[in-house]
Design a protein. Structure first.
Length: 95
């Protein structure tokens, strides 16, 4: 019998989207990351992972911000998001 991944995902309580602020603006990340995000994190493509998580509209808004998004902020964001979504951004979930 094949393992039913669709059923396994349905058995857990849905998470709330992850919200954060930057430069006085609010942003929302999906409650659970797309599998492509893990591949990008594993390859240390943090900016591409964040762009995928944010989607086009929010990513363009962040890029247009007059605030500077620093490396410490990127690390803090992925750490907090990882705790929220139940993964360790320092380790690939695909491995």
């Amino acid at each position: 019998m094949a393992f039913d991944l669709d059923a396994a995902g349905a058995e857990t309580e849905p998470l709330e989207p992850f919200e954060f602020t930057f430069g006085g603006e609010s942003y929302t990340l999906a409650a659970e990351p797309d599998i492509r995000v893990f591949a990008l994190l594993d390859g240390e493509h943090l900016e591409r992972a964040l762009a995928l998580l944010l989607g086009d509209e929010q990513w363009e808004r962040m890029l247009a911000s007059s605030s500077t998004f620093k490396g410490r902020q990127m690390s803090a964001l992925f750490e907090a998001y990882g705790k929220h979504a139940g993964f360790d951004p320092g380790k690939s979930e695909a491995n």
